[in-house]
Ligand binder design. Structure first.
Ligand SMILES: [Fe+2]
Length: 400
């Protein structure tokens, strides 16, 4: 799948890093492979020889336990190793993994590492789609990544709010399937009665906020957000601009007129929060989101939109069904913090989630670039509040 996502790219697309948050596709291809080489093959496959001894330095992302590494902001400065060498690296590691899995008895610890390696690569598949969109979308030629031939027009129906009564609720993952350490540790939270929108906010609704001068009115904004918008002269979501009085945006199918029925996306936490305040509402907390999702849509519907289905865009919802999964990640009003029983795992993989629990906000749900394996009511995604190249949107809530 990782390689399939890169199929429409040309050689030059693999190399650039337009901003620090975007990694060159070439780097994703190598780093996800390094994960298996470093955490599985190196210490478990007898007589395994590293593909290239320098790759450890180049493709370690952030693991302090694993030693020095190339600086993140300069990933795009490296023209070597070139794409074909990285593809050969992938092939080499794939073959050794295949060989290793045929001959070995996996113990539980190694099986866990291997499973994290797969889920790690799936997370990078989503990041790859974000990054490819950024690389192509800031190009004035607006190149098409994949044409879109699916249905576009599905009118959004009225605002409907789902009620949840006051009470003490269980939060966190329960079960035996794969989940990340940050969602583990079932615990109780008290929630006041609230109501939450049964669908995502649309591009059309966000357009109303823009046209009403929402970006210019400080009353709706957190100070940090208003300063950000002023400093960066932000007047619309990322990839949006107005041409001859018409809102257009870059999509993975090229430049298009904004479809007002699609969920709004490419807004950061500040914009989501300002929109909610302009509406006289607020963002839900991550706990409110999880409780409402488990109550109203515990099963993931077939119509939900995942990377597996390759729409490469958020879809307008179908009819009146709830819309909790798989179009855009939803900003919540919860800071990314450890749950009460959070336990960091031993060793390098203890660096996977815990050390990022500072200055980031939690997002729930999943996007059209999320693999289905990552869609569940307890999954916690997280980003810094100013970022908006990811596929993010919102729904509204209010206390009753
Ligand atoms: Fe990674």
């Amino acid at each position: 799948m990782t390689e399939e996502i890169c199929e429409p790219l040309q050689p030059e697309d693999f190399v650039v890093q337009p901003v620090v948050d975007v990694s060159p596709p070439k780097w994703h291809l190598a780093h996800t492979t390094w994960f298996f080489e470093n955490f599985v093959l190196k210490s478990n496959l007898k007589d395994y020889k590293l593909f290239d001894k320098d790759y450890h330095f180049l493709f370690n992302s952030y693991y302090e336990t694993e030693g020095d590494r190339w600086v993140r902001s300069e990933r795009g400065a490296l023209t070597r190793p070139w794409v074909n060498e990285i593809m050969a690296y992938r092939k080499y590691v794939d073959e050794h993994m295949r060989h290793f899995l045929q001959d070995c008895e996996l113990d539980e610890a190694l099986s866990d590492v291997l499973t994290i390696g797969i889920h790690h690569e799936q997370q990078h598949q989503e990041l790859l789609v974000y990054d490819i969109k950024h690389i192509l979308g800031i190009n004035p030629l607006f190149p098409t990544y994949k044409p879109f031939n699916g249905p576009k027009e599905k009118p959004i129906l009225e605002e409907k709010y789902l009620k949840v009564t006051e009470g003490v609720y269980d939060i966190g993952y329960e079960g035996s399937a794969f989940h990340f350490d940050n969602e583990e540790g079932r615990h109780k939270v008290f929630l006041h009665g609230y109501q939450i929108l049964d669908r995502l906010i649309t591009a059309g609704e966000f357009m109303e906020f823009i046209e009403a001068g929402g970006y210019e009115d400080h009353n709706h904004w957190l100070m940090e957000g208003f300063e950000w918008a002023k400093k960066e002269t932000i007047k619309a979501p990322f990839y949006w601009f107005k041409e001859d009085g018409v809102w257009k945006h870059y999509t993975l199918a090229g430049l298009e007129e904004v479809n007002p029925n699609e969920p709004i996306t490419h807004i950061n936490f500040y914009e989501a929060d300002a929109f909610a305040k302009w509406k006289g509402k607020r963002l839900p907390t991550e706990f409110e989101w999880e409780v409402a999702c488990k109550k109203y849509q515990p099963e993931i519907p077939d119509s939900a939109n995942f990377l597996d289905q390759r729409h490469f865009r958020p879809m307008p919802r179908v009819g009146n069904e709830y819309q909790f999964y798989g179009d855009v990640w939803e900003w919540t009003n919860s800071a990314y913090q450890p749950y009460p029983f959070y336990q960091k795992v031993e060793g390098a993989l203890g660096e996977y989630n815990g050390k990022f629990m500072i200055n980031q906000m939690v997002l729930r749900g999943g996007s059209y670039a999320t693999m289905k394996d990552h869609i569940r009511p307890t999954y916690r995604n997280f980003f810094h509040p100013h970022l908006r190249w990811q596929f993010t949107g919102l729904r509204l809530a209010e206390t009753l």
